[in-house]
Write a protein that binds this ligand. Structure first.
Ligand code: AP5
Length: 214
């Protein structure tokens, strides 16, 4: 099993670039944020628990996300290639991922792309983000606009702002990123799988840098 990871602050552009890479390669995007939002939409018990954490801009407990992603990967085969987006987010999650890959597939994480962007870019990207509540497509009012203002290009639904994209929650998500996730840069650097990407350019430029190394 090939497992690569996109690591970076909220709004760095992980989900956007992962979707593009999925279109162009055999890598399958696995986004824990998207999976949790699906659980919320289904109003499952896990979704209710996750919503409380996500609305505060805090992380969902490690065991919950590790079980969720392990179950998803267990449906695949040893030949699959996964691009993890938004997971792992704590050292405990990273250690558990290493253990699952080693025990179940005899493999390890092959590359971790750290999408490095300034805090002002992240805030600019998040504040203009709009998403389709029906098909999950992601837009930006200035950088990735819909063809018709406010309407999803793919399914025609009205696009909305994510509930955790309001200013106060965003500030907390950034604090949580610095406190709990940023240390993973060194975790993976020490394992010699870290690839640093200057993610301040266009979506296509970011994708090109990653595709060159995948
Ligand atoms: P999640 O959905 O993963 O949010 P995130 O990591 O905070 O990342 P974002 O989705 O905000 O940003 P992104 O980097 O994907 O950027 P995007 O491509 O959309 O998680 C949400 C919540 O779920 C968490 O807060 C937590 O509660 C919980 N959770 C998830 N995973 C968890 C885990 N492992 N453990 C515990 N809890 C977990 O781009 C942003 C905007 O910029 C878009 O508008 C896009 O169009 C635009 N854009 C993208 N690239 C560019 C570019 N190059 N130039 C200009 N604009 C761009």
């Amino acid at each position: 099993m090939n497992t690569a990871i996109l690591l970076g602050a909220p709004g760095a552009g992980k989900g956007t670039v992962a979707a593009l890479i999925e279109e162009q390669t055999s890598y399958v995007q696995l986004s824990t944020g998207d999976m949790l939002r699906e659980c919320i939409a289904q109003q499952s018990p896990l979704g209710k628990q996750a919503k409380e954490c996500m609305d505060r801009g805090e992380l969902v407990p490690d065991d919950v996300v590790v079980d969720m992603i392990s179950a998803r990967m267990a449906n695949g085969s040893a030949d699959d290639s996964y691009l993890l987006d938004g997971f792992p987010r704590t050292e405990q999650q990273a250690v558990k991922l290493d253990a699952v890959l080693a025990k179940t597939y005899g493999s390890a994480v092959c590359a971790v792309f750290f999408m490095d962007v300034s805090e002002s870019t992240v805030v600019e990207r998040i504040s203009g983000r709009r998403v389709c509540p029906k098909c999950g497509a992601v837009y930006h009012i200035a950088f990735v606009p819909t063809a018709v203002e406010g309407i999803c290009d793919h399914c025609g639904s009205s696009v909305i702002q994510r509930t955790d994209d309001h200013e106060e929650t965003v500030l907390n998500r950034l604090r949580v990123y610095h406190d709990q996730t940023a240390a993973l840069v060194n975790y993976y650097r020490n394992k010699q799988v870290l690839v640093e990407i200057d993610a301040s350019g266009t979506v296509a430029e970011n994708a090109r840098q990653i595709l060159e190394k995948l």
